[in-house]
Design a protein around this ligand. Structure first.
Ligand SMILES: NC(=O)c1ccc[n+]([C@@H]2O[C@H](COP(=O)([O-])OP(=O)(O)OC[C@H]3O[C@@H](n4cnc5c(N)ncnc54)[C@H](OP(=O)(O)O)[C@@H]3O)[C@@H](O)[C@H]2O)c1
Length: 264
């Protein structure tokens, strides 16, 4: 079946909005994209990718099938008020953290469908673990958004109560994983590699481990067993990391982020 070209209007061309636009331009060719932000000169480069840019949130919005909100939570109200006259029958997709579907409905007067997403900036490279949530009455719109985000990595429908968790584990998780890569890179330099080689090895190793985990879908420890030899150098290193609190610090960090999310 032929998929119809979708007009997608992304409001908030910052870290996430630009990552989504670049990812959609690359991996979802059936998308006509517009990105808006007030300081539009900072995203003019997107025009080279055939993406329209504007400082006017309502420019071309009447053509949009899908409007993606990618502004900070405190910026959402003003943006929603601005686009209110143009959202009838459109799908409003919100990536705004901690803003519930009910709250969005209240602000937008229910003249449309509402879908919440929690992608990561890895969407730019087609590798986001996007969590998606919607009410039953928005099932049709929800399915369209799942299909769209499958182009940008994985798209998992979750209960809305898990969206804060998705923000921490998926979106913030990108930063935690990069911090691991940075630490491994620094260790690599100590044991003899130059910085660039060390970074390349650390990054590809994480990519390889992630791919194994995604494809084999077994407990990570089963895969770790394949790397560890009794009395070998992997297990002594792993155990020393655990003595120093490796897993514990990660778990505590993730829980601290989670505790913070509703206090911002
Ligand atoms: N970054 C991530 O990894 C990530 C992942 C998942 C979800 N999120 C969520 O996505 C949202 C955006 O995060 P972000 O990191 O991309 O923030 P950001 O980099 O600060 O981007 C927000 C953008 O919104 C624009 N903006 C602010 N007010 C606006 C207005 N009235 N009209 C149009 N554009 C406006 C800002 O540009 P101007 O000042 O030029 O207008 C800015 O570029 C947040 O709610 C965040 O929780 C982020």
């Amino acid at each position: 079946m032929k998929t119809k070209t979708k007009n997608i209007h992304i409001i908030g061309g910052g870290n996430l909005g630009v990552a989504l636009a670049k990812g959609l331009a690359k991996y979802s060719p059936k998308s006509n994209l517009t990105v808006t932000r007030r300081n539009v000169e900072l995203i003019n480069e997107l025009e080279d990718l055939n993406i329209s840019v504007s400082s006017d949130n309502t420019s071309g919005i009447s053509k949009a099938d899908i409007i993606i909100l990618a502004v900070k939570p405190y910026q959402a109200d003003i943006v929603i008020k601005e686009i209110l006259p143009f959202i009838k029958k459109k799908i409003i997709v919100s990536a705004v953290s901690a803003l519930s579907i009910n709250e969005i409905e209240k602000k937008t007067l229910e003249a449309h469908s509402v879908v919440r997403i929690m992608p990561s900036i890895a969407a730019q490279f087609g590798e986001s673990a996007t969590c998606i949530s919607f009410h039953d009455k928005y099932k049709k719109a929800g399915s369209q958004i799942v299909e769209l985000f499958e182009h940008l990595g994985t798209a998992l429908v979750v209960e809305e109560k898990l969206m804060d968790g998705a923000t921490i584990l998926g979106a913030c998780g990108t930063a935690y994983a990069l911090r691991y890569i940075r630490a491994a890179m620094q260790a690599g330099i100590e044991i003899g590699f130059d910085a660039a080689t060390s970074l390349a090895i650390a990054s590809q190793t994480v990519k390889g481990a992630a791919k194994m985990s995604l494809e084999e879908k077994v407990h990570p420890e089963q895969l770790i067993d394949r790397v560890t030899t009794p009395q070998g150098c992997t297990i002594v290193g792993l155990n020393e990391m655990e003595h120093q609190g490796f897993s514990s610090s990660l778990i505590k960090g993730i829980k601290t982020s989670f505790d913070k999310i509703n206090k911002i």
